[in-house]
Design a protein around this ligand. Structure first.
Ligand code: SPV
Ligand code: MG
Length: 290
């Protein structure tokens, strides 16, 4: 089945998609193995993996390549975080078509101006006019004859707009043909998300990214209408903690045996990256091997 149809199909079958953030093939594959339904090619994670802030510093090509690496490493659908579409509606539509043709199942575009800043950074932010983002969403859908799963995201609550403004924007994006609407919040409690969902009147599924409001469960979000839940950056943050811990032990000890309980075996890495397949291919296609 075409990847772009899989998200809709999974939503029908499972009711809710649990999605894990990733920045490369390996982190995506670990997400699939853990049992997540889909992978979020996170702009935050991809930027961080370059040692860069999440602020449109990396260009579209870098994001595209990372999304493709993830997509190649997994068989579950990948949703590419396309930030603000890397420019106007024309830029966004180009990115959408390119990702669709590469086999990416879905994209997400947000109503931040270009360049954007991560939702969690301090400071004020500007959004593009609702009408402009509505057309951007439509341009992304049209660019693939409606086939790509397009999540329209509003940063209205992040920017300090009212709940009514957030709802107006989100309804307009839904009416333009978005397949799902992501309402983002940086509150520590899920109150905004609960209030938003209670006033949501469209059949379009809602998407939640419970990063700061981290005590509400996916099941509870599901009951509110959040049918896609994205754990956007938890793999990256877990790996940073694990690496910091290991390096802090390794340097003073000066010998790697102190890490035996903290790291996976080489065999585990071999298995994760498919060394068995490599060996099979070598036997089959390299006359001198074995
Ligand atoms: C990302 O993972 O890049 C996202 C989610 O867009 S957030 O960082 O919460 O904005
Ligand atoms: Mg992002």
């Amino acid at each position: 089945m075409e990847k772009s149809k899989e998200i809709g199909k999974l939503l029908k079958e499972k009711g809710q998609l649990l999605t894990i953030g990733a920045h490369d093939g390996l982190s995506g594959r670990l997400g699939q193995r853990a049992g997540f339904d889909a992978v979020w090619a996170s702009g935050f994670e991809i930027s961080a993996s370059y040692g860069l802030p999440d602020a449109n510093i990396l260009d579209m090509t870098a994001h595209f390549e990372a999304a493709c690496h993830i997509n190649d490493a997994v068989s579950i659908p990948v949703i590419a975080d396309c930030d603000n579409g890397y420019g106007n509606a024309v830029n966004a539509a180009y990115a959408a078509r390119k990702l669709f043709r590469a086999g990416i199942a879905g994209i997400c575009i947000e109503d931040n101006i270009f360049p954007k800043r991560c939702s969690f950074y301090d400071g004020t932010r500007e959004l593009i006019p609702a009408k402009e983002h509505t057309l951007k969403v439509k341009a992304c859908k049209d660019s693939t004859d409606g086939q790509l799963f397009v999540i329209a995201r509003t940063e209205a609550l992040i920017a300090g707009y009212s709940l009514e403004d957030a709802l107006d924007r989100a309804m307009s994006y839904a009416d333009a043909g978005a397949d799902a609407v992501l309402i983002h919040s940086k509150e520590k409690t899920p109150d905004q998300m609960i209030a938003f969902s209670k006033q949501w009147t469209r059949p379009t599924p809602l998407v939640a990214v419970p990063t700061t409001y981290d005590t509400i469960s996916a099941a509870e979000l599901g009951k509110l209408g959040y049918r896609i839940v994205i754990f956007a950056n938890h793999g990256l943050r877990a790996s940073i903690k694990a690496m910091e811990h290991a390096y802090a032990k390794l340097l003073p000890a000066g010998h790697a045996s102190v890490l035996r309980d903290d790291i996976v075996s080489l065999q585990k890495v071999f298995e994760l990256v498919g060394v068995k397949n490599l060996e099979e291919s070598e036997r089959k296609y390299l006359p001198t091997a074995g």
